[in-house]
Structures are given as C-alpha cells and as structure tokens.
Write a protein that binds this ligand. Structure first.
Ligand code: IPM
Ligand code: MN
Length: 358
C-alpha cells in the first residue's frame, strides 16, 4: 500500500466545505483502488489566519508544504482582510507559486454533459481545452513590489527567456498528451499575447516559435489576447492548449470558466519540478460560506488532478468518470447561478455513490 503525504490548506469562505467534499471523494476512490492511501496533514493559512497572526502562512506550514508529496488548497482571501498596501491579504500566490517555483498553472476548461453553457448552442462537444498560465512572472512578478510615488504607481511585466522556455515547453508536452482540438483532433497550441503592443510579449512569442521548432507534430497558432477573449466566446471548439503570461491567463481562465458551467467546474493545478499545489480557479465566495450552496466539483476535479500527478491515473479517471455519470444521470443538477440545486453535500454523496458503483 502506497502512502502519499498531503498538506491540506482548507482556506477561507467556502474553502472548508469544498475541501471536505474533496477529501471524502478522494478517500472513496482510494478505498476503491485499495493500493494507496492519503496521509493528510491539516494546516491553517490564508486571510482568516492572517487576521489572527499577521502572516499568511507560518514557516512550519511552508516547510510542511516543501516536504509533502502534494498540497491540496482551498480558495483564500476575504475582501475585508487587507495588507497595509491595500492588496488582499492571505492569497498565498507569492508564498506557494513563487516560493515553491510552481511555474505552470494548468487550468482545464471543459463543459461537462448536461451542464448548460452561457454560450447559446454550445454543448459538451464544443468546449474542452486547457489554459497553461505562466505562474511565476509576467505582470504578477510585481506583486508587492510596485514603485509607489505621490504621482502614481508603476508595476512591471517581467518575461524572462528561461521562464518562457519552460512554460512553452510544458504546453507543447501537454498538447502531445491530449486528444487534440474537438472538431478535428488536431493537436495544437495557441500562443496568446499582446506582442502587437509590448516588447515583453514580443519575446514571449519569439520563444514560442523557437521552442515550437522541436514540436513539428504540434500545430501552432497565435492570437492577441483581446482577440482570444472574443474567440473563447465565439469559437471555443477551436482551442486545444493555450499558453500565456500570468495576468492574461488569470483573466482568460475566468472567462473560459464562465462558458463551461461557471467557476464551480474549473480546477487548477500549480505544477513545478519538485512541488505541486491543487486548487480551484475560483475564489472563496464568502457570501456562500456555510450555506451548503457551493459547487464542490472544481475542488473535486482538482483532487483528480492531484492523483494524476501522483501517478494514480486510473483513480483520477475514475473520479472524472463518476462526475460525468452523475451529471449524465441527473443525480447532480446545476442551477443558472452555477450552484448545485440539491446542495454541496448532495453532490459529494452522488459522486461517492458513483465511485462505489463503478
Ligand atoms: C487565481 C486567483 C489568484 C490570482 C488571486 C487570488 C491571487 O485569482 O488563482 O486565479 O490572481 O492568481
Ligand atoms: Mn483568478
């Protein structure tokens, strides 16, 4: 029996309820497999923790994250809890993504069966792509470092050769593993940037071309980010893998989620060479906290991505299939706000039932 050591950070707002749901599903799938178990270590971090302690995360917790096989993280942040500079406290982007060098933020956008899209006429066979967001530089490199003067504030976009080479290579490798774009199965990577305006993005695109030469089997295409926003709404089926800078990826992944049943369906993996953090694309939704209304599927799908990284691919797939089946059988239904009609706990129970029946 293999044992994986997992650090669990439940987070703020709806974090604890969706992470509890995920842990229950993970236990069910581990039991079904019978070959591995998860040894979970619970730590506090985030905005509520910052309010109590003045730090986002203790050094002991960070050390535990460094030592873990994987980290499962709930959403962090509470609108009223702020750093002295006015930004939100407790977000952990710098601590985990920067601190653990998690350079690839992998955000699958997929419309599941029987889930309605905000885009008229689009069904599950139209929306299935992955946004690969560079996670350690770009515009967010300036996090906490903007140059503040009485006249204004200057934040800076940082695009490095090494940082771009590794994220672009990651995107091409991911494209090779996937089945290709929906209409034609063509494996392709779309480089999304603003190289028509900023020199930093000229370098990003140039490196995309350089690295792309080694991937002659993968088609390449290019979109400026504004045009990409339009295309994600009008022709989502054209996308397979998208690679982009941090800030653009942040925005476009929420846009994509809105077309695929809402943020409640979109997980995110933060992957580095040594460490990995699995979370949702969405935030902590404090107004939904404790109401049993939140959709736990993004967190559960993040749990599946964690098993994939731990090379428990069969169990990861079992979780995804269980979600597809519960939706197909209408054991889980989602309202127009993106919330499960019968509540968070009922979704968890339905997915577990499906795993047990599989
Ligand atoms: C995300 C979030 C974070 C980000 C925030 C909470 C720092 O929006 O993971 O997309 O901007 O990256
Ligand atoms: Mn975001």
């Amino acid at each position: 029996m293999k044992t994986y050591h997992i650090v669990v950070l439940k987070g703020d707002g709806i974090g604890p309820e969706i992470i509890d749901a995920t842990l229950q599903v993970l236990q069910a799938v581990a039991k079904r497999a019978g070959t591995f178990q998860l040894d979970c270590h619970f730590h506090s971090a985030g905005a509520a923790y910052y309010r109590q302690t003045g730090v986002n995360m203790s050094s002991e917790t960070f050390a535990a994250c460094q030592a873990a096989d994987a980290i499962l993280k709930g959403p962090m942040g509470l609108p009223e809890v702020r750093n002295p500079d006015g930004t939100e406290a407790g977000l952990l982007g710098g601590v985990l993504r920067g601190g653990l060098d998690l350079y690839a933020n992998v955000r699958p956008v997929r419309l599941f069966p029987e889930v309605s899209s905000a885009l008229a006429g689009k069904t599950a066979s139209d929306i299935n792509y992955v946004i690969v967001r560079e996670n350690t530089e770009g515009a967010y490199f300036s996090r906490g470092q903007g140059e503040v003067t009485p006249e204004g504030v200057r934040d800076m976009i940082v695009i490095t050769r090494a940082g771009t080479e590794r994220i672009v290579r990651f995107a091409f490798e991911l494209a090779r593993q996937r089945q290709g774009a929906l209409p034609n199965g063509h494996t392709h990577v779309t480089c999304v940037d603003k190289s028509n305006v900023l020199r930093s993005f000229v370098l990003f695109r140039q490196i995309f071309e350089e690295i792309g030469e080694a991937y002659s089997d993968v088609e390449k295409d290019y979109l400026y980010a504004d045009a990409a926003a339009q295309a994600l709404v009008l022709w989502p089926e054209r996308f397979d893998v998208i690679v982009c800078e941090n800030f653009l990826g942040d925005i476009l992944s929420d846009l994509g989620a809105a077309t695929a049943g809402g943020l409640g369906f979109c997980p995110g993996a933060n992957l580095g060479a040594q460490h990995a953090v699995f979370e949702t694309t969405h935030g902590s939704a404090p107004s939904l906290a404790g109401t049993d209304k939140a959709n736990p599927l993004a967190a559960i799908l993040a749990g599946a991505m964690m098993l994939e990284r731990l090379e428990e691919g069969e169990s990861a797939q079992r979780m995804i299939t269980a979600i597809e089946e519960t939706l197909r059988k209408k054991r889980v239904q989602i309202d127009s706000d993106g919330c499960p009609i019968a509540g968070t706990k009922s979704v968890t129970a339905a997915v577990i039932r499906q795993i047990e029946e599989s």
